[in-house]
Design a protein around this ligand. Structure first.
Ligand code: PLP
Length: 404
């Protein structure tokens, strides 16, 4: 029985793993999602269409038609025109392409994904960071100050703002940010990776100049991203070669994965939640979670958030220990902190929000955050079982202490 695992204090990982529950419940959709039903079939069918989309013969034209169809499906998901969408190898690549396009100044929120922050630091432009409030929302006066510094000298400025944060689910007021930037003469890149497919997102309503999405966050395959650029704006390729994607991304297209991306986008577009649509599930889940987590803090709880994401910090517990304990009990979640190559490191997002300062527990609270993110395969029963397993995991873990 998985239940026994909770009383091991997680020092005995080897012994605990022998008792692993074979039933798995995946609650890490913000890291990557399973394939949407229907997408696998599209992918497998597309594999038979093996032509090179650049070839003029029938096989080439068939492959090209699949890519064209997917471009329209992806454009429709974000309210754009197919002609303004280009495919590439990931959202990270797409973000790099926009950020490395020769700006004089790049402004980023402190809570952006590393796929934005790293190229912003390394692209040779002046880089200003805009802070976020304790709720994780953009500090608008800080943004105005950064724009004044940049715009005052007539610089070509790009402002990078994510629609939704991957760790906390906090939604930024994109349209408001875009209006402020437009006024100041700056262009806006929106990292829409986490919002796409979870809430409706329209590039025109948002008023942004560039938007980036990723296939594997919305039920498609890993290794495909898309960038939308407002008509009239040009980008330079990061990878040049055979002139694919109108010269923006050299290399023969990954036709089957692009077709799957299109299928996922089309399926999801028909099912989208309106803003706040799934919040009753989240509210009930968080109420139950907090009831069994004395001293627990739901990060960004007062801010508008994705309806599938809860980031909870548990004073006095190490996030890695909780992740391992929950994994052994059959639940896949992430540490709220950034996780790469299997290692958990401090979260710049939670640090930017000043998490823990109010409670006076500083670093500890930030290091104890767990992200639970659910999706289309998740049932109410999964969330209910999670609460019960969570309760046992948190309270039986060595070192637990009540702070509030
Ligand atoms: N932006 C955000 C907000 C993300 O969550 C991620 C992935 O975790 C990315 C960008 C990068 O996406 P990809 O894995 O397609 O490179």
């Amino acid at each position: 029985m998985a239940r026994d695992v909770f009383f091991l204090g997680f020092d005995g990982v080897g012994a605990a793993s022998a008792m692993m529950d074979s039933r798995r419940t995946y609650l890490d959709y913000n890291a990557t999602s399973p394939l949407r039903p229907g997408v696998r079939d599209v992918f497998v069918d597309a594999l038979s269409c093996f032509g090179n989309p650049s070839s003029v013969h029938t096989e080439g034209r068939q492959a090209r038609a699949l890519v064209a169809k997917a471009r329209k499906q992806v454009a429709d998901l974000i309210g754009g025109q197919a002609s303004d969408v280009s495919f590439c190898g990931s959202a990270t690549e797409a973000l790099n392409m926009v950020i490395r396009a020769g700006w004089d100044c790049v402004i980023t929120l402190a809570s952006e994904h590393a796929a934005v922050l790293e190229p912003a630091k390394g692209c040779g432009a002046d880089h200003y960071t805009v802070g976020v409030t304790p709720d994780g929302l953009v500090d608008l006066s800080d943004l105005a100050a950064a724009l004044a510094r940049a715009g005052g000298s007539g610089l070509r400025t790009l402002v990078c703002v994510q629609a939704a944060n991957n760790e906390t689910g906090v939604l930024q007021p994109i349209d408001e940010v875009a209006a402020i930037c437009r006024e100041a003469g700056a262009l806006v890149l929106c990292d829409a990776v986490q919002v796409a497919g979870k809430l409706s997102f329209d590039v025109t309503d948002a008023g942004v100049d560039f938007a980036v999405i990723s296939a594997h966050k919305l039920g498609g395959m890993k290794g495909v991203g898309a960038v939308w650029a407002r008509p009239g704006l040009t980008l330079a390729p990061l990878v040049s070669g055979g002139g694919q994607e109108k010269g923006l991304r050299g290399g023969t297209e990954n036709v089957a994965a692009i077709a799957a991306f299109g299928a996922a986008a089309e399926i999801i577009a028909g099912l989208l939640e309106t803003k706040g649509g799934g919040c009753h599930v989240q509210e009930a889940f968080e109420t139950s979670l907090l009831e069994v987590t004395p001293g627990g803090v739901v990060v960004g709880q007062r801010a508008p958030r994705l309806p599938n994401t809860t980031c909870i910090a548990v004073p006095g517990r190490a996030a890695e220990t909780l992740v391992i304990g929950l994994d052994l009990a059959g639940f896949a979640v992430s540490a709220g902190a950034a996780c790469s190559s299997g290692k958990v490191s401090r979260s710049h997002v939670l640090d930017a929000m000043g998490l823990g300062k109010e409670l006076g527990s500083g670093e500890e609270l930030s290091a104890s955050a767990i992200r639970i993110s659910w999706g289309w395969e998740t049932t109410q029963d999964d969330l209910d079982r999670f609460i019960s397993v969570w309760s046992q995991t948190v309270t039986s873990s060595k070192g637990y202490r009540q702070v509030a």
